[in-house]
Write a protein that binds this ligand. Structure first.
Ligand SMILES: NC(=O)c1ccc[n+]([C@@H]2O[C@H](COP(=O)([O-])OP(=O)(O)OC[C@H]3O[C@@H](n4cnc5c(N)ncnc54)[C@H](O)[C@@H]3O)[C@@H](O)[C@H]2O)c1
Length: 392
């Protein structure tokens, strides 16, 4: 597709993920949201009409029901697919797989979400890890919220050659806010009995060669997930190096307990106060003052806003599949700018330069430059053994 053409995008499934993807597509100057498609006729899809998005019926038999309810349906999914270059499938788990033949038949590119299996597309996507692999492909799958967070955080460490083996414990939210009346959990926590939980193997479909095991469970809250990661390293990694590596990684931002951000609700309250749409936090929030390192391992605690974190990934996946931007870093930057994704939530009172200077203070200048070059050059790992300065 020509570089100056706007990509025509459809969103099928206008739920938690789909409505956010639609809004994010509408923000891009190289994309055009042609329409959204669903099967419901309640307040959720009515909002799409309020936003002025053309609405399509994903199932032929749902069209009259939707129309009867006053939804301005302009056609069926088949009609929509004829008008677009790419569809972002945001339907519930398993329905995406059923939809794939429709997309094949229509000859459109398609992006699926984390509820679908890796095998559906053969490419599981996290922009900062494998953007180039998705270039001009017909299908890709954006990995789930938890896997996206693991991939971003562990990418910072893996590309530096630091990971010997990673272990993570995931405390998942019970349900999404919009359906808390249906599936709420009260005064309990539910451990998953399968080890590893699926997020570890899923992360391996993106971060090749990663040694990881995850364990998971769910608790009675709906604001976000909470992860604890313990990473055995190939050499002693200093805390300052870890902070620097995370600072250099896109879509990972620090929060601090010392700044009142002491819990999941506090961080989401911050998103509200920052007037983010739907309180969305697209970044992985890593507790900077909970980071720890010893001679063998690194320890990280981070918050994953499940409703929001994968949205920028879908935007980058559109650019990659349609080949309108061949450079992953440029796509990430463009998406970040359009959506307001930041490295630093408090640029006025805690300027980025001071954070950088503070965390880089203990690093030798050469190492700082090397780390930043490592980020730009992306995949090549740094030395697996400590420099004399580091071991000193
Ligand atoms: N909710 C999360 O936290 C989250 C995070 C990351 C990834 N995901 C993944 O994103 C995908 C969508 O999840 P969600 O949470 O947005 O679900 P959701 O239930 O909030 O939304 C799904 C939407 O699809 C519609 N739908 C149902 N059947 C349809 C059909 N046949 N055709 C078209 N539309 C149909 C529903 O009416 C609903 O509006 C899943 O693969 C899920 O695993 C969800």
């Amino acid at each position: 597709m020509a570089r100056n053409q706007r990509v025509r995008v459809a969103v099928n499934g206008y739920g938690v993920i789909g409505k956010r993807v639609a809004d994010a597509v509408a923000l891009q100057d190289d994309m055009e949201l042609i329409g959204v498609s669903d099967v419901v006729f309640d307040y959720r899809i009515r909002v799409a009409a309020e936003r002025g998005y053309p609405i399509y019926a994903s199932a032929m038999e749902k069209r009259p029901v939707m129309e009867e309810a006053g939804i301005p349906v302009v056609g069926t999914l088949d009609d929509l697919l004829r008008k677009v270059d790419v569809v972002v499938d945001c339907t519930p788990k398993g329905i995406g797989a059923k939809n794939k033949p429709l997309y094949e038949q229509a000859g459109v590119k398609a992006i699926f979400q984390g509820g679908e299996k890796h095998e559906l597309t053969g490419l599981s996507f996290t922009a900062q890890v494998n953007y180039a692999d998705a270039l001009n492909r017909q299908f890709a799958r954006v990995v789930s919220c938890n896997t996206t967070a693991l991939c971003r955080v562990l990418n910072a460490l893996q590309k530096r050659g630091w990971i010997k083996r990673a272990r993570a414990v995931l405390l998942r939210r019970a349900t999404d806010p919009w359906e808390s009346h249906k599936n709420g959990m009260i005064n309990t926590a539910v451990p998953e009995t399968r080890v590893p939980s699926h997020q570890g193997p899923d992360a391996q479909t993106v971060l090749k060669g990663l040694d990881i095991t995850t364990m998971a469970g769910a608790g009675p809250y709906n604001l976000s997930h909470l992860h604890y990661a313990m990473i055995e390293t190939t050499r002693p990694v200093k805390l300052d190096e870890l902070r620097h590596a995370l600072w250099e990684e896109p879509r990972v931002a620090f929060v601090r307990w010392s700044n009142g951000l002491v819990a999941l609700n506090a961080v989401i309250e911050l998103m509200r106060d920052l007037r983010r749409p739907r309180n969305d936090m697209w970044e992985v929030a890593v507790w900077e003052d909970a980071l720890a390192a010893d001679e063998r391992e690194l320890y990280l605690t981070f918050q994953v806003h499940n409703e929001a974190i994968t949205i920028p990934e879908s935007i980058d996946a559109i650019r990659a599949l349609c080949g309108i931007e061949t450079d992953g870093a440029r796509s990430i930057e463009k998406t970040n700018r359009s959506m307001g994704i930041v490295k630093n939530f408090f640029p006025r009172t805690i300027p980025a330069e001071s954070v950088y200077a503070e965390m880089g203070r203990a690093l030798p200048i050469a190492e700082r430059e090397f780390l930043s070059e490592g980020f730009k050059g992306s995949e090549e790992p740094t030395r697996p053994v400590p420099t004399p300065a580091q071991s000193g």
